[in-house]
Write a protein that binds this ligand. Structure first.
Ligand code: FES
Ligand code: MG
Length: 593
């Protein structure tokens, strides 16, 4: 792999720009401008692969910013293997910094990257992934265009520490908020405690959406084995960047494209790995979106069928105790895959970017620390996947079973006659602003049996779908020892939150889903075993509410603030189907057209 790859027999697509005998005028025009920063005509016309580095790092995207450094090693790898490098920016996506929500920008970055990969002289691309939405945005674009592509994780931050305890990104906010509510820390202490979770460059060190999606990019076969978990500042990360650069050139020569790797088997492997790692509830949204762009059948039912019974093996916050550095030292994704392989739960023949199958890559991997990655027969929890719920509230919503705490089980799932069901009185919020304004209002009479609802937070109601379904209990309940209430909504939930929520409800209230008919005070019944979620309201009453809603012009949501919000709202689908730009789905494998 280290030797310079032989020149390809195939005529690479970049030659349509730089070496087109049928149109020497345009060839000259293309050449002259790419010469202007020092590339030579000889290089551009050599027939060597031109490799893009899709750069997601910038000052606006701190989680991925280390890719600016890593790209230097990627370049060295590409050069050494005989390729020519063209690095370019991807629209920034910063999970915590983008208002109103980073979810809005996944499809925008996707759209931009599709245009770049299709419209410029690129034979292959290195996708620099990391922060939550950067991974799906890059993979989705590579799938649509279908030129050889390899992903490189930026890696998690080092572990955070505070007074001798690990503090994990995102997760610490929920804890710190409770300490603040109880008066145990002041506001300065609150910020200090939260910031302790981010001691270095890299993405969130918890099993949030970033670690989830980077792990799944590896499980799908789209990055080199072992790449997902190496912490950003480690030297091994630099080496991985170099090897990734080397490998993409070989992939171009072999014409190994995303459609060769992203098979249904690859997705089913990823679903199982997602359960074993305790992956984020954003994973089904992003993987279902990716599957649609590559043309693979995948539905929420697959998540339940293939993922629900897989036990939780990885002991990372928020479901467990440890953080990213520990995950790496314990063996990372290969160790998890190997553990599942022993149970026959991995399609071992699924190809990966290094030209070997996932089985070949992971067979020899072993768990290095059983406190962090548990063996299959001694899991952290049984059944760590998602349960799909359906009823008159929505066509589908999911619940992550692994976050149901003993406290929650004792309070809500304790009826021996009916151990998997609970009922409660609904308190309904219309969007995050409404929730923030009213959650502590005693007039809502929220008590330990209330079920909190968040609507108007889906892809249309709150462009991009807000991560707001995980709502805290009112301060007066927290002080009384009630830390979590069940939450249900048509928005998303941060992967770093451990709340027992039912989320991603589709269709959302804004497009007329059942949630739009719910009133505060209605009784609601959730049955986890049967997979049902219903408001206990008679059908004729619901029909009357539907007529009233229609007469009022439907569920009201705030106007768009930007042109993109307006555009996306007009074409975006629901969370259960990946919240993709629906008109984009028919464009598949377009580099071949
Ligand atoms: Fe970017 Fe968590 S906020 S990875
Ligand atoms: Mg998030």
């Amino acid at each position: 792999m280290h030797a310079k790859a032989p020149p390809s027999d195939r005529r690479l697509r970049s030659r349509a720009w730089f070496d087109n005998p049928d149109n020497i005028d345009m060839t000259a025009l293309y050449l002259e401008r790419y010469l202007n920063f020092g590339l030579s005509q000889e290089e551009l016309q050599s027939g060597r692969p031109i490799i893009g580095i899709a750069q997601t790092g910038s000052d606006l995207s701190p989680c991925n910013r280390h890719h600016l450094e890593l790209a230097k090693r990627v370049r060295e790898g590409i050069r050494e293997a005989g390729g020519i490098v063209i690095e370019f920016p991807v629209h920034p996506i910063q999970e915590t910094g983008k208002r109103p929500t980073a979810g809005l920008d996944r499809n925008l970055a996707y759209l931009g990257l599709v245009e770049v990969l299709y419209g410029y002289p690129l034979d292959g691309v290195v996708l620099t992934i990391g922060c939550d939405k950067t991974t799906p945005a890059c993979l989705m674009a590579a799938a649509t265009v279908n030129i050889p592509a390899i992903a490189l994780s930026v890696g998690p931050m080092l572990n955070g520490w505070f007074r001798g305890e690990r503090t994990g990104s995102g997760t610490i906010v929920w804890k710190a908020r409770e300490l603040l509510a109880k008066g145990e820390i002041d506001h300065a202490g609150f910020v200090k405690l939260v910031a302790s979770s981010a001691p270095s460059t890299g993405f969130c060190n918890t099993m949030g959406t970033a670690t989830t999606m980077n792990s799944l990019a590896e499980a799908l076969g789209m990055q080199l084995p072992g790449s997902a978990a190496i912490p950003a500042p480690y030297r091994d990360r630099q080496e991985m960047a170099y090897r990734t650069g080397l490998r993409i050139v070989g992939m171009v020569h072999e014409d190994m494209k995303p459609s060769d790797i992203l098979t249904r088997d690859a997705f089913l492997n990823a679903i199982r790995v997602n359960s074993a790692i305790g992956g984020s509830t954003n994973a089904p949204i992003h993987l279902n979106a990716l599957a649609r762009h590559v043309g693979v059948e995948l539905s929420l039912d697959d998540w339940q069928e293939f993922g629900e019974d897989i036990p939780l093996l990885v002991n990372l916050q928020p479901a467990g105790e440890y953080l990213g550095e520990d995950y790496y030292h314990a063996g990372g994704v290969p160790a998890v895959v190997a553990e599942l392989m022993k149970q026959g739960l991995i399609a071992e023949d699924a190809p990966t970017v290094n030209g070997r199958s996932i089985g070949e890559n992971c067979r020899a991997a072993t768990i290095q620390d059983e406190a962090v990655i548990r063996p299959f027969d001694r899991p952290l929890k049984e059944r760590a996947g998602f349960r799909v719920l359906r009823g008159n509230l929505f066509n589908s919503a999911i619940m992550k079973l692994s976050v149901i705490s003993a406290d929650f089980r004792a309070r809500y799932l304790s009826n021996p006659e009916d151990p998997d069901a609970f009922e409660g009185r609904a308190v309904v919020f219309d969007g995050p602003e409404d929730y923030h304004a009213r959650i502590d209002d005693p007039a809502l009479a929220i008590d330990a049996t209330t079920i909190l609802f968040m609507r108007g937070a889906g892809p249309v109601g709150y462009p991009g779908a807000a991560e707001v379904v995980n709502m805290r209990a009112p301060d007066y309940l927290i002080r009384a020892g009630v830390h979590e209430l069940p939450c249900i909504g048509d928005g998303r939930q941060s992967g770093t939150s451990g709340s027992p929520s039912i989320l991603n409800a589709s269709p959302e209230a804004a497009v007329g889903g059942g949630l739009a008919l719910l009133h505060t005070g209605d009784r609601v019944r959730i049955d986890l075993r049967r997979g049902t979620a219903d408001m206990l309201v008679p059908d004729d009453e619901l029909a009357q509410r539907r007529r009233t809603l229609d007469a009022e012009g439907g569920y009201l949501y705030p106007p768009s603030q930007t042109p993109w919000q307006e555009l996306q709202r007009s074409v975006v689908g629901q969370l259960e189907a990946g919240a993709v730009l629906e008109p984009a789905v028919k464009f598949q494998r377009i580099a071949q057209t």
